[in-house]
Design a protein around this ligand. Structure first.
Ligand code: SIN
Length: 277
């Protein structure tokens, strides 16, 4: 299917699709993009000329849209969340390794993120491949984590006194609607059928059935393993760059290295399904 797209795999994680105006993608190309997202975890497109309605229409062709509870919305399009850092702000959104919405019973499938304004330098995003991270684990670790389940939560980030509360993105905290969910530590990706590691430093709170020290130690071991450079790729943005990523098989990390400059991204969240081992 990939031959109907000019697609180049990126070492570490993801792929780039060249020469496609996503507004004109055929149904077969949309299917190939979805397949590439499931296989590579994230797919980047350059030089897209997308008005908000175009981004929404494209996202809907990949998967149904779900509206994020916490992020500020664009004024006219509730489907589009603003991931914004102004010239005066010091903190950014997503500036640590995470996967979005893992605290939901049916975690979001992924996101369609469009760069609207970018700083002159910096503001890249790192992506890490959780298929590759899982596959490279020692057999003993794979055996140890098989069948384990972990609790994911959102209150410590988006709730009253959550992680954003003490920052200049405090508008992201103080929410009363703060779900939790339990998922297998190793999931079978619903689109590819491959195993992926499904814990993340931002939202996973504990592995069930283990003593707190043991749970923290095991999560720390898995996190250190998963962010090795061999599983990670770094992507730069300029206005018109768009990414589609899959939360079930990647983590991402928005770099915060452009103080004094403005960065605005438009994010659409794609709906997902409950995950199974
Ligand atoms: C996010 O974590 O959703 C934002 C990623 C970015 O701004 O690069």
């Amino acid at each position: 299917m990939a031959d109907i797209l000019d697609i180049e795999e990126v070492e570490g994680c993801g792929a780039r699709v060249r020469g496609l105006d996503v507004r004109k993608a055929s149904d077969t190309q949309i299917d190939a993009i979805r397949e590439a997202v499931f296989r590579r975890g994230v797919v980047f497109f350059e030089d897209q000329q997308l008005a908000p309605d175009d981004q929404i229409a494209f996202a809907r062709r990949i998967a149904p849209i779900v509206v994020n509870r916490y992020f500020p919305k664009t004024e006219r399009w509730p489907e589009i969340a603003k991931v914004e850092k102004t010239e005066g702000q010091k903190s950014n959104i997503g500036g640590g390794w995470h996967t979005d919405h893992s605290y939901d019973t049916a975690p979001a499938m992924g996101s369609v993120l469009l760069a609207v304004r970018t700083p002159p330098a910096g503001g890249d995003t790192l992506f890490a491949d959780m298929y590759a991270a899982y596959e490279a684990l020692p057999d003993a670790t794979k055996t140890r984590i098989a069948g384990l389940r972990a609790r994911h939560a959102s209150a410590h980030v988006f709730g009253e006194g959550g992680a954003y509360a003490a920052t200049d993105h405090a508008v992201l905290s103080g929410h009363a609607d703060t779900p939790e969910a339990v998922h297998p530590v190793v999931i079978i990706h619903p689109g590819s059928g491959r195993k992926a590691l499904f814990v993340n430093p931002a939202f996973t709170r504990e592995i069930l059935g283990l003593a707190p020290d043991e749970s923290s130690a095991l999560l720390g071991e898995l996190y250190a393993h998963a962010i090795q450079p061999r599983f990670v790729a770094r992507y730069a943005w300029r206005p018109g760059t768009m990414a589609v990523w899959d939360n079930r098989c990647t983590w991402h990390f928005a770099m915060n290295d452009y103080h004094g400059h403005y960065r605005l991204m438009h994010r659409i969240t794609l709906d997902g399904v409950p995950l199974a081992a």
